[in-house]
Design a protein around this ligand. Sequence first.
Ligand SMILES: *Cc1c(COP(=O)(O)O)cnc(C)c1O
Length: 346
Amino acid sequence: MKEYIDLRSDTVTQPTQEMREAMFRAVVGDDIMGEDPTVRELETLSADILGKEDALFVTSGTLGNQIAVMALTNRGEEVIVGDTSHIFNLEVGALAALSQVQTRPIEVPTGTYSIEKMEELIQEEGIQRAKTSLICIENTNNLNAGFVVPVENINEVCALGRKYNIPVHLDGARIFNAEVASKVSVKEITRHVDTVMFALTKGLGSPFGAILAGNKDFIQKARWIKQRLGGGFRQAGFLAAPGIVALKTMMPQIEIDHHHAQLLGKGLSAIEGLKVDTTRIHTNIVTGSVEALPISIEDFLSKLMDAGIKAKRISKTSFRMVTHWGIEERHIKETIRSVEQIISNL
Ligand SMILES: *Cc1c(COP(=O)(O)O)cnc(C)c1O
């Protein structure tokens, strides 16, 4: 099989040797009966890292987000979501399909929420109005940008939520990228949010799952909804074990990923005609546009593919490249060289 430099997403990683060994050795039990010690260890460790009372291991970030919404809303109510957020764009309409709530999107162009705008979007109960019952924020923010939301801004959103008695759910799929980039601990970032989800399968490089956390009552309810949706686990310690390794060993890799994203952004932005705004690179995601070049995004990506490099198309003229475990400095250099070559041959 041909070896590609795969920059489409940080979800394409292979587990580390230590993760594979931990899977092999995991002590397991029936998790629905509360008897899988490895799952419980991952949940306890995660709750501790997040500074929350309890946590729940779930199959995916999507399920974690959707369980949170189901637990915190009633049918017909409204949820404020970021216009570029995953929960709004990439969860197959689950807010409508599962929780039967409607969304009210807020623009978040640079990863900071406008508190004034958000306050205007809050609907108080009235004879013709759907009550706002949840605010969903995202950090890092924007599917294709990975912006860091300043912790002060998160705290302002939470204060607004408290003012109107509306809980705040944080989609922190890449929260460890936010921690590394902002040098603010995950615990500080999540201090005032009611509930939080993070993915084990993005920068952390684990092969499976996500964590949902909050207070004890919330997690009890979440556990029950997870079960109802068919998400209950039996001997899932095999899947939790690499997650524990990920939390304990992968933080330095995230730092490296960010360094690689900077190198990549710098190299690509120096190429004549290619548009790459390096000020938008906060974490491990680099975006670029071919709009000023005589080539379509499809042709550009297919030439890149021929050169052994995979990137993801994100609009009619732009692409993204995401750095992760398995991508080394030589891959970054090769990518820059290949893009240079493609563009100089136009
Ligand atoms: C990846 C991602 C999710 C969903 O995670 P899955 O495990 O793929 O379901 C949710 N939110 C954000 C911001 C993500 O990047």
